[in-house]
Design a binder for this molecule. Structure first.
Ligand SMILES: [Zn+2]
Ligand SMILES: [Zn+2]
Length: 236
């Protein structure tokens, strides 16, 4: 079966995420756009995943718990987990491996944690965006040890991407998947970076605003839609 996905979305917990990116607004918009599965991937945190998963459950949309990790090299990588528990364990690990700078909501934006009814339950004190001390070289293996999958985000962007920082995707990173912001660039990139011929390519919206979420056009084929199956697919 074909399942339409968007595996890179930010909520109001990301300082750069719009306050309208509430758990219910995200899942309802995803449903409206015809998506079957989404992942919530806030910067260096998974603390809104529970609310989004519960909101998704109410309307029959699969929400995968995730995070967009900032590595020590300032490279963004999407991390996805088969269960909320695994994502939260990873969340705790990352929380102990990131630089703690107090957020200034007026400058960087609020970082709001919500419950499944879109009610505010808290706000994270430290700015979520800065780099962790986790290297891109170890990210895939480390996330796998936590039971998830990790792939380099928006590799075709001019900043905060593995290609813009390192110039290449080293085989020893162990990645099985890479994310492209604009899939029309794939053939040109494959000519430049042959390793891309061996990786699965996914295209996600990376939306920080409801209006930037995209119509269902990217799909994966799975026998049955479960978080485990999506992660297994991406990790092979
Ligand atoms: Zn990013
Ligand atoms: Zn992002």
């Amino acid at each position: 079966m074909k399942y339409y996905y968007d595996l890179h979305l930010h909520s109001c917990l990301s300082p750069c995420g719009d306050m309208d990116m509430t758990p219910n607004n995200i899942v309802n918009m995803a449903k409206l756009l015809g998506l079957d599965v989404i992942a919530l991937t806030d910067h260096n945190t998974s603390l809104n995943c529970e609310a989004a998963m519960k909101a998704g459950e109410k309307i029959g949309l699969l929400v995968i718990a995730g995070m967009e990790l900032t590595t020590s090299e300032d490279i963004h990588a999407v991390c996805l987990f088969p269960t909320l528990e695994k994502a939260l364990k990873w969340n705790d690990y990352v929380d102990n491996h990131r630089i703690k700078i107090k957020n200034k909501p007026d400058i960087y934006g609020r970082q709001v944690i919500m419950n499944e009814n879109d009610e505010e339950t808290g706000e994270t004190e430290h700015l979520l965006i800065p780099a962790t001390d986790i290297s891109i070289m170890s990210a895939h293996k480390l996330v796998k040890d936590f039971g998830g999958v990790c792939y380099p985000a928006h590799i075709d962007r001019d900043s905060l991407s593995i290609l813009s920082v390192l110039g290449e995707i080293d085989e020893s990173c162990g990645f099985t998947t890479a994310e492209l912001a604009d899939k029309t660039r794939l053939s040109a990139l494959r000519a430049q970076h042959p390793i891309l011929n061996t990786l699965k390519i996914v295209t996600n919206s990376d939306a920080h605003y409801l209006e930037n979420m995209r119509e269902a056009e990217n799909f994966i084929e799975l026998p049955e839609l479960t978080a485990e199956n999506v992660i297994e697919y991406l990790d092979n």
